[in-house]
Design a protein around this ligand. Structure first.
Ligand SMILES: Nc1ncnc2c1ncn2[C@@H]1O[C@H](COP(=O)(O)OP(=O)(O)OP(=O)(O)O)[C@@H](O)[C@H]1O
Ligand SMILES: [Mg+2]
Length: 278
C-alpha cells in the first residue's frame, strides 16, 4: 500500500504538473492512469517513486513511512519496479542477463564482482518463465521483438521482487494483440503476488479491460477515480476535453510487433534449462 497526501508538483511558477491529490493504492489492484497528453500521468507516476520531488504534500510507503529522507527514498526505490515504454534493456546482453540486472541492487556491491550465484540465475529464469520467455533466455535481447522485449522488462521488474510496480505507457509502441498479452502478464503478477501496479495507458479499451481502478487526470487534476464500469461518456468528455472520444482511441502503433513476434518465435530454439544455469 502506498499513500499520497495532498501531493502537488509545480515545475515552474507557471507550469503545474499536478495539483494537490490524495490517493491510496492497494495491493492486488491494477490502477490505470488515463488522460490526454500533458494531463500529468507521468508526473504522478514519477512522484510516487520520488523521481520527481513533490513541491507540496508527502508520499507515505507502508512499513517505511513518509519518504522524506534519503534513506527512506532509497528503501522505497529498492522495492519499487519501474517499467517504461522504451524498456531500457541492454540489447547486447541476453534476456537472462538483462533480468539479472534487476537483482543487482539486491546484492552487496562486492557480490557483483563475482559470477551470479546459481540460485539468482534460477530465480531470473523463473521470472522469464512467468512471462512465457524461458526458452529465449539466452537470446541476445536486441534479437527479440518489441513485445518480447517488453516482457523481458517485466521479468526484470519481477526479479527485483518489488512491492510496487509503476509502468509508464508500457504498451505504447506495441500492436493491440501484443499489448493485450503484455498487460495480461502484468495483471497476473498483480493477482498472484498481491502487489499494486500503477500503469499509465492511452488506450481506453485496454484500461476498461485490465484496470481494477481507473484514475483519470486532466490538466493535473483528478477528474475520475473509480471502477471502469462507472466511467461514463460525461467523464470521458471531461478527461478528453470534448465529447470527441477520438482522443480516447489508441494511438497508431509505432510498429507492428506481431510479425516480429511470429518471426522470432519461428527462430526460437529450445534451450535445456540446465544449460542456462551452468
Ligand atoms: N520536467 C518538466 N519540467 C517542466 N514541465 C514539465 C516537466 N515534465 C512535465 N512537465 C509539464 O507537466 C505537465 C504534465 O506532464 P506529464 O509528462 O506528466 O503528462 P503526461 O500525462 O504523462 O503526458 P503524455 O501522455 O504526453 O506522456 C505538462 O504540461 C508538461 O509539459
Ligand atoms: Mg507521460
Amino acid at each position: 500500500m502506498i499513500d499520497l497526501e495532498k501531493v502537488a508538483v509545480r515545475y515552474t511558477s507557471s507550469v503545474v504538473g499536478l495539483h494537490p491529490v490524495s490517493l491510496r493504492f492497494h495491493a492486488d489492484q491494477m490502477t490505470v492512469l488515463l488522460g490526454q497528453s500533458g494531463a500529468g500521468k507521468s508526473t504522478l507516476l514519477r512522484t510516487i517513486n520520488l523521481l520527481t520531488a513533490p513541491t507540496e504534500g508527502e508520499v507515505i510507503a507502508e512499513d517505511i513511512g513518509p519518504l522524506s529522507t534519503p534513506a527512506a527514498i532509497r528503501a522505497h526505490r529498492c522495492r519499487t519496479a519501474m517499467i517504461f515504454q522504451q524498456h531500457q534493456l541492454i540489447g547486447r546482453l541476453t534476456a537472462l542477463q538483462n533480468v539479472m540486472v534487476g537483482r543487482v541492487g539486491m546484492s552487496p556491491s562486492w557480490r557483483t564482482l563475482f559470477p551470479s550465484p546459481r540460485r539468482d540465475r534460477l530465480f531470473a529464469l523463473e521470472c522469464l518463465d512467468r512471462v512465457g520467455l524461458a526458452d529465449r533466455a539466452l537470446e541476445r535481447t536486441s534479437n527479440l521483438s518489441g513485445g518480447q522485449q517488453q516482457r523481458v522488462g517485466i521479468a526484470r521488474a519481477l526479479a527485483q521482487e518489488p512491492r510496487l510496480i509503476l509502468a509508464d505507457e508500457p504498451v505504447a509502441s506495441l500492436d493491440p494483440g501484443t499489448s493485450h498479452r503484455v498487460l495480461t502478464h502484468l495483471k497476473d503478477i498483480v493477482r498472484e503476488d498481491g502487489i499494486p501496479a500503477i500503469v499509465s495507458l492511452h488506450q481506453l479499451d485496454l484500461a476498461r479491460t485490465f484496470a481494477d481502478r481507473i484514475v483519470a487526470l486532466a490538466d493535473g487534476r483528478i477528474v475520475f477515480d473509480g471502477a471502469p464500469d462507472d466511467l461514463t461518456a460525461e467523464h470521458l468528455s471531461r478527461i478528453y476535453g470534448s465529447a470527441d472520444s477520438a482522443a480516447a482511441k489508441p494511438p497508431t502503433p509505432k510498429r507492428a510487433a506481431s510479425n516480429q513476434e511470429r518471426a522470432a518465435a519461428s527462430a526460437s530454439t529450445e534451450t535445456p534449462v540446465l544449460e542456462i544455469l551452468d
